[in-house]
Write a protein that binds this ligand. Structure first.
Ligand code: MOS
Length: 735
């Protein structure tokens, strides 16, 4: 029955991607297509005093320069601008809305021309005079004193401050995680196709077509049928495409203004003007009894946000899920700066917060002279202490054991600087990872035709995670058809309901929606088959039937079977079309998380401070893995990114101008091939009878959590030097 689920099935869209047949948002053709190029503000805060397009408009091929002064109408109400992922508090950014400048790099005009190069050149001729604000601020550490607590996601337990002060062993420190940018390979792009009568088909790079659809209808006061949003392939987004980004507003605005098709593609530099992982100072305090039992955990995260929206995530609460402690206090503070609003970036909150927590646990293990795994096992929590709930499943112990075994952890010499390889110091470090196992309502439509082919469709995106493939796998198994007979359509706003693809929730959500729709198809087939004269399936119960090898059969007696083709012929139907919205039962009795144990080996050239990550092992417990091949790719990608967080990635702001100094992938360093050596991904068996029918928890984000801490801990083990400011660059190591 499970011919495909759980197997390393290759991507069904792989061929389209490697042959170039897969089209991305900036590649869709349109008759009479013109191109927009964005003009950005060069001050962080103030007003546009004068914007002169005269010279730009003189350039041959330039059609228009759109600004706040001459644009078509945009909605005024905040509600219209609040997409499904927008922060609750605040007023979303509106490009070309008025003369205010809220961040350096803000789009303030769009030059539209016959071709992209002309638009780009003419954009340099737009003259802008500003009225600059008296003062502005873009530096977290300088403004830390102005931080305000914005929410209390976790109830404090006991008296953490007193317990920490009285602890036999104590560790308390600040860890600094800089602003980081997603840098997906595909640039943000929109091709807004003018359909002639005021209707638009908008090809957009997004993680949620229906989110963008609703947003555009609100912002431009359009009826749902007037706008269609399509995004069949996404070349990476990692959270940056959860909210509608400004290029989709600009392309739509220009299409409406000019009544023709417009494409806007951001440059790599302009991509730094949209969301990012906010810089945070994570202050973690751990107090333990002398035998290594935790008595107090405090975690205070101080993160940046914009002046106009409060973006915050759960950085500080993760210890409640991971480690037993009677006294805890978790707080989240925000510092408002003259920058654009941060956004989700792979494992938002956890990637930063758990990084600090897991470095702190390593420091406590050193203070207690305990093996880092032993400390974690002593504090192991079988319950999510915030609500006192058991987990649907939690095989984290097994992750530690399998990961340690694969890594060879038992051969580790605990003393820092005690392991060498020739001239290089060798360090072994580990950390725990945790993420949520979320699931959302999703609807799927299945059209089964009598030739044994099924089209499965849903508005969900595939942001490169493998959604096309797992939808095809689950459908093939549920319909009893070869996977080649399944075609999957995704990411069109006219298809059945789906939320944005994010939070690692789409695998479980889409898979169960496919199952629900397939059950409707099976019900109809059973109805048709059951009424055939002398039917072997007469009186069969739906629950006792399966679709297998092109037939409908009872599970209790597999000689009772009718072929799908015969059943449909009997009923005189060519196609069966069923759509079903799947909602998950609310389970308030369990906590739902995925877990991992991450192990890192680094080699450090002490003279030069060069750190190489030579080996990584990531042992992941995430319930049932629908596709071990795409799943492994997800974890590998996340581990690579974790290496980037540990050693490379940092968005650097010049506080004098409030401007990002390294908005390109030459100076914003990300790992390249030469930085990546051995990555071993282990999926720990984790049956889960509670979470959902298939026992699926979702993957992707769990892969990054813990990785930077494991590497930082390995660097300490190699060198005896504790770096609490990320990324750990050689200057910081030599300092
Ligand atoms: Mo993810 S940061 O929810 O795309």
């Amino acid at each position: 029955m499970n011919a495909y689920v759980g197997t390393p099935t290759s991507r069904v869209d792989g061929r389209a991607k490697v042959t170039g047949a897969a089209k991305y948002a900036g590649e869709f053709p349109a008759d009479g297509l013109v191109h927009g190029f964005v003009v950005e503000a060069t001050i962080p805060c103030g007003r546009i005093a004068r914007l002169d397009s005269t010279e730009a408009l003189k350039v041959k091929g330039v059609l228009d320069v759109l600004t706040h002064a001459n644009r078509p109408p945009l909605a005024d109400a905040d509600e219209a601008w609040k997409d499904e992922v927008a922060p609750e508090d605040g007023s979303p950014f509106r490009p070309l809305y008025d003369d205010s400048v809220k961040f350096n790099g803000q789009p303030i005009a769009l030059v539209v021309a016959e071709d992209w190069e002309t638009a780009k050149f003419a954009a340099t001729l737009v003259r802008v005079e500003y009225q600059e604000a008296q003062a502005f601020a873009t530096d977290l550490e300088a403004e830390r004193g102005k931080a305000a607590e914005v929410k209390k996601p976790h109830k404090p337990r006991g008296d953490a401050a007193a317990a920490l002060a009285g602890a036999a062993a104590r560790h308390e420190a600040d860890y600094f995680i800089p602003t980081e940018h997603h840098n997906p390979m595909e640039l943000f792009a929109t091709t807004a196709v003018w359909d002639g009568d005021g209707r638009l088909t908008v090809y957009d790079k997004t993680q949620g077509v229906q989110n963008v659809h609703k947003f555009l209808c609100g912002v431009f006061d359009r009826k749902p049928d007037d706008v269609r949003v399509v995004s069949p392939y996404v070349g990476g987004a990692f959270g940056s495409g959860l909210r509608p980004q400004y290029q989709v507003v600009l392309a739509t605005l220009a299409a409406l203004a000019l009544k023709r098709s417009v494409r806007v593609v951001l440059t790599r530099q302009q991509m730094y003007g949209i969301g990012y992982r906010p810089a945070t100072i994570e202050r973690v305090g751990l107090g333990a009894t002398s035998d290594g039992t935790l008595d107090a955990v405090t975690h205070e995260a101080t993160a940046i946000t914009s002046r106009y929206e409060d973006f915050s995530r759960n950085d500080a609460g993760w210890a409640d899920q991971l480690y037993r402690s009677p006294n805890t206090r978790f707080t989240h503070k925000l510092v408002r700066l003259d920058v654009s609003t941060p956004c989700d970036m792979r494992a938002p909150g956890a990637a930063s917060g758990v990084c600090a927590l897991e470095c702190a646990m390593d420091e406590l293990a050193v203070a207690l002279k305990l093996d880092p795994i032993e400390l974690r096992l002593k504090c192991y929590s079988d319950r999510d202490q915030s609500e006192g709930l058991p987990y649907t499943s939690k095989q984290l112990r097994e992750c530690y054991a399998r990961g340690a075994d694969a890594f060879g952890w038992s051969r580790r010499s605990p003393t820092p600087r005690s392991m060498r390889d020739g001239k290089e110091l060798v360090g072994w470090g580990m950390a725990t990872g945790i993420w949520e196992a979320l699931q959302m309502p999703v609807a799927v439509r299945i059209v089964l035709t009598s030739n044994g082919h099924a089209e499965v469709s849903c508005a969900a995106s595939d942001i490169g995670t493998g959604t096309y493939t797992i939808v095809a796998q689950v459908a093939a198994d549920a319909l009893g058809l070869p996977i080649e007979n399944i075609s999957v359509r995704l990411a069109d706003s006219t298809l059945p309901q789906a939320p944005v693809e994010g939070g690692s929730w789409m695998a479980a959500s889409s898979a169960h929606a496919v199952l629900a729709a397939a059950e409707e198809v099976r019900k109809e087939l059973l109805r048709l088959a059951g009424t055939m004269p002398g039917s072997p399936l007469a009186g069969a119960e739906l629950a006792d039937t399966v679709l297998i090898d092109g037939r409908i059969a009872t599970t209790s007696d597999n000689s009772r079977t009718v072929s799908i083709a015969d059943a449909m012929r009997h009923g005189n139907v060519e196609r069966i079309e069923k759509e079903k919205l799947n909602q998950f039962d609310e389970d308030k009795k369990h906590a739902r998380n995925t877990h991992s144990a991450v192990f890192a080996e680094v080699k450090v050239d002490e003279q030069l401070g060069v750190i190489r990550v030579t080996r990584m092992v990531s042992a992941v417990a995430a319930g049932r893995i629908l596709n071990t091949k795409t799943g492994r790719s997800q974890i590998m990608g996340s581990v690579v990114w974790g290496i980037g967080m540990a050693l490379h990635e940092e968005t650097v702001m010049d506080p004098r101008f409030g401007r990002i100094m390294n908005p390109n992938i030459a100076e914003y360093h990300i790992p390249v091939n030469a930085d990546i050596q051995d990555i071993d991904v282990i999926f720990v068996d984790e049956p889960d009878a509670h979470i959902n029918a298939l026992g699926v928890k979702g993957l992707g984000e769990i892969g990054i959590v813990g990785v930077p801490a494991a590497i930082a801990n390995a660097v300490y083990h190699a060198t005896g030097k504790r770096i609490r400011r990320f990324p750990i660059t050689l200057d910081r190591l030599l300092d």
